[in-house]
Design a protein around this ligand. Structure first.
Ligand code: FAD
Length: 555
């Protein structure tokens, strides 16, 4: 009948359940190290939630709906876990991970792996864990936002949209964002969190003061730049490998009230890149900057959905832009208590320094919330036409400045211009806004500027995993990655490797990961051994193989 039936027959569920239960007991008898933040200590584990002999779902542990954890935004991989754990307290995660770790020590031959799942907006199954040994911790159950004067303490399962809503109630807001707000705090901090504010404030991982993390051995630690700093830096961009983030202290600043949102167009890549680099060098000018490559008119249409309708370019302009490859710079400038005349003056000063196509300027004044939430309008539009839940073979890269021209020219040769669906982002950020101790991987040259490139492609609904159509799209991605990340003559300048790096990386072999991390690989491996010695965490990233007590490399 089913996988579920098979599991019962194998006695697998009971075995898993017993082991977890035993581990929970062991955690209770040797309590987990308390968090150092007083607000974060919660009640102990409630064993009445766990029914020893039963295989029936409890509010916190579910075997029956494990298929829901096999779905992500990419829609390419679908690995069902054995069970989903839904903790409401950080201490429960600590108990759970301690149980998993101890199960190995207590001679239970169960090599569990555990994946934290946030909003499940990964592309290549990074938040999945595969049955029979894979367990998923659904972080959306872990909630709570406390706003303070200069920071917010946020449970890792909260969405950035809710952090914004709560902080705006007192006139504050985080300052570094992702384009889309319905991602969890823990999920984006495990990667980096980049958007148009990154050039000014750094990625989201540069805007966090403290983290609470449960390590792979079930230890619950408070970390910051001055306490448990190795784990703090390791978890930032750490792809969920060193621990499960349960709480983050995020910097807040006074929120602006109005945003002047401007789009300008180019038909020349060099000029487009030059103007973007000029903008990032301006002080106190622009608050948000992103660039886009527009391959066809359909891309122009779909990407305009979030922009206020009255301010949109007319149809003949759209057709003109779509008839050949064009580029668009999108900027935003924030204002507080200022009238339109003042905004016109400030924006005019910036515009006068840029060389876009004359008369190709479109602008709108919107609230800060509506500006930050702009991708939601596109989501609603795509959902209404059934096009949100299609497969998304996205590819994101950080590209050295010296290679961006070559990169985009390769891109346009590899991907089919007329059938490509979705936006292509190309915008510069500044290396000095990133902390190099963090696990996030950047190009290894020394240039201050590198580019974020996002090929955010939607596939046709029938183009599912295993079809030649999907294989073809993935091959195109592979070709772009291969050309831009390998140490060829093309990518070495004066002996320095100016190779691009994947952001939200997808690799499957150790040698690929080693190449990806480059000079950070040794540190990454050491941190793994320190905080997750049995390689329990983050199996969906496919970096480390699970270790057992008796052997060093199995699974
Ligand atoms: P998941 O997909 O659930 O998890 C991602 C990874 O983090 C997994 O490996 C998971 O195991 C791990 N993880 C999750 N929670 C935790 C935790 N609490 N502790 C430790 N590890 C954890 N990214 C940007 O940087 N900028 C953007 O502008 C941007 N826009 C996007 C728009 C859309 C529509 C989508 C679908 C994605 C976008 N992303 C963007 C990518 C996004 O940041 C990542 O996919 C991120 O991982 C999604 O967060 P999530 O909560 O869905 O995480």
């Amino acid at each position: 009948m089913s996988y579920w039936y098979d599991l019962i027959c194998m006695g697998r569920i009971r075995s898993i359940f017993w082991t977890v239960f035993m581990g929970l007991l062991s955690c209770i008898s040797a309590p987990c190290k308390p968090m150092q933040s007083p607000a974060s200590t919660g009640p102990g584990l409630d064993l009445t939630r766990f029914h020893r002999e039963s295989v029936v779902d409890t509010p916190h542990l579910s075997f029956l709906d494990s298929a829901s954890a096999a779905i992500d935004f990419g829609g390419i991989f679908h690995h069902k876990p054995a069970a989903i754990f839904r903790p409401v307290e950080a201490e429960e995660i600590a108990g759970f991970l301690r149980a998993v770790y101890m199960s190995n020590k207590l001679d239970h031959q169960v090599d569990f792996t555990v994946s934290a799942k946030g909003a499940g907006h990964s592309i290549y199954g990074q938040a999945q864990a595969r049955a029979p040994n894979g367990l998923v911790v659904d972080m959306r159950a872990l909630r709570g936002i406390q706003i303070h004067n200069k920071y917010a303490d946020v449970a890792a399962g909260e969405l950035w949209a809710d952090v914004l809503i709560e902080s705006l109630k007192v006139g504050l807001a985080p300052r570094s964002w992702t384009d889309y707000l319905y991602l969890t705090v823990g999920g984006t901090l495990s990667n980096a969190g980049v958007s148009g504010q990154t050039f000014r404030h750094g990625p989201q991982i540069s805007n966090v003061l403290q983290l609470d993390i449960v390590t792979g051995t079930g230890e619950l630690l408070n970390c910051s730049a001055s306490e448990n700093e190795d784990l703090f830096y390791g978890a930032m961009g750490g792809l969920g490998q060193f621990g499960i983030i349960t709480k983050a202290r995020i910097i807040l600043e006074p929120a602006p009230q109005r945003v002047r949102w401007v789009r300008i167009f180019y038909n020349d890549f060099e000029q487009f890149a030059r103007d973007q680099e000029l903008i990032v060098s301006m002080h106190n000018g622009v608050d948000y900057l992103e660039g886009f490559m527009i391959l066809n008119s359909e891309a122009m249409h779909s990407w305009s959905v979030g922009f206020p309708t009255a301010k949109l370019p007319n149809e003949s302009f759209v057709q003109g832009i779509g008839s050949q490859v064009h580029f668009c710079i999108e900027i935003a400038m924030y204002f507080t208590h200022h009238g339109t005349a003042h905004m016109d003056k400030v924006v005019g000063r910036v515009m006068s320094r840029l060389s876009f196509i004359p008369s190709s300027i479109f602008s709108a004044d919107v609230s800060y919330f509506n500006f930050l939430n702009r991708v939601h309008a596109e989501e609603l539009n795509l959902r209404s036409s059934g096009l949100w839940d299609v497969p998304h073979p996205w590819l994101n890269m950080f590209v050295p400045r010296s290679k961006i021209h070559q990169f985009t020219s390769n891109l346009t040769q590899i991907i089919p211009r007329h059938t490509f669906k979705g936006p292509i982002l190309i915008y510069p950020v500044l290396r000095s806004k990133w902390n190099t101790n963090m696990s996030a991987v950047l190009p290894e040259d020394n240039e201050e500027i590198f580019y974020v490139v996002g090929m955010l492609r939607s596939a046709d609904p029938h183009c599912s995993s295993g079809t030649s159509c999907m294989d073809n799209l993935l091959l195109q991605n592979q070709e772009i990655v291969d050309i831009s990340t390998t140490m060829s003559e093309l990518n070495v300048d004066n002996g320095i490797a100016a190779t691009a790096k994947q952001y939200l990386p997808y690799y499957t072999s150790e040698s690929q990961w080693k190449n990806h991390f480059g000079s950070k690989w040794e540190m990454f491996v050491q941190r793994k051994a320190r905080y997750d010695p049995l390689n329990v965490l983050g199996p969906g990233q496919r970096i480390f193989k699970r270790k057992t007590r008796s052997t060093t490399h199995t699974q």
